[in-house]
Write a protein that binds this ligand. Structure first.
Ligand code: IMP
Ligand code: MG
Length: 174
């Protein structure tokens, strides 16, 4: 296992807790109480945020997970690779995608298109963290926890080669 300097805390555990409550309040205001909402957590990074966020929502939440990534092939928009498929049918449903961090924006743009192709009634995007400086398209998440600078960060679900997801705060990798 490689050693990385992760001593610099960017976001504390308290700030994360406040962020989750703020995002949940915005989402609760936008949907009807007890309205059916399909929440799709994006594995693996969003597993913690999905668990924390959904426990603050007051809709009739149906949680599912999908594992996707994007790669840049011949098209600059990228290609979506599905590693784990959904189990629910999103046709006619209101969908909220929960992501750990938005970087280039390719993954979320492609996934949003796919969910609309599958007949979702509405698709909204929620990310715990956003690095807008890195964006290659015009993607904007509907709900963003915290905007962060262009640094590689780990913790609260975010990894470097599978490590550090279990940190309770978010740290910069040097
Ligand atoms: P993109 O927006 O399509 O470029 O991809 C976003 C994905 O890249 C996230 O779901 C993460 O898996 C990964 N990622 C981007 N920035 C970071 C970071 O700072 N730390 C850990 N993973 C990151
Ligand atoms: Mg990742």
């Amino acid at each position: 296992m490689e050693y990385h300097d992760t001593s610099e805390v960017l976001i504390t555990t308290d700030q994360i807790e406040q962020m989750v409550e703020d995002v949940a309040a915005q989402i609760n205001a936008d949907y009807m109480p007890y309205q059916e909402l399909i929440v799709i957590g994006i594995l693996t990074g969003a597993y913690i945020f999905t668990a924390d966020l959904t426990r603050h929502l007051n809709m009739a939440v149906n949680v599912d997970f999908m594992q996707v990534s994007s790669y840049v092939g011949t098209e600059s928009t990228g290609v979506l690779k599905i590693r784990k498929e959904l189990t629910v049918d999103v046709a006619g449903k209101d969908v909220l995608v929960v992501e750990d961090i938005i970087d280039t924006g390719r993954t979320m743009a492609l996934l949003k298109d796919l969910l609309y192709e599958r007949g979702a009634k509405s698709v909204k995007l929620c990310a715990a963290f956003d690095k807008p400086d890195r964006r290659v398209n015009d993607l904007k998440a509907d709900y963003v926890g915290l905007v962060i600078p262009d640094e590689f960060v780990v913790g609260y679900g975010l990894d470097l080669d599978g490590q550090y997801r279990n940190f309770r705060d978010v740290r910069i990798v040097r």
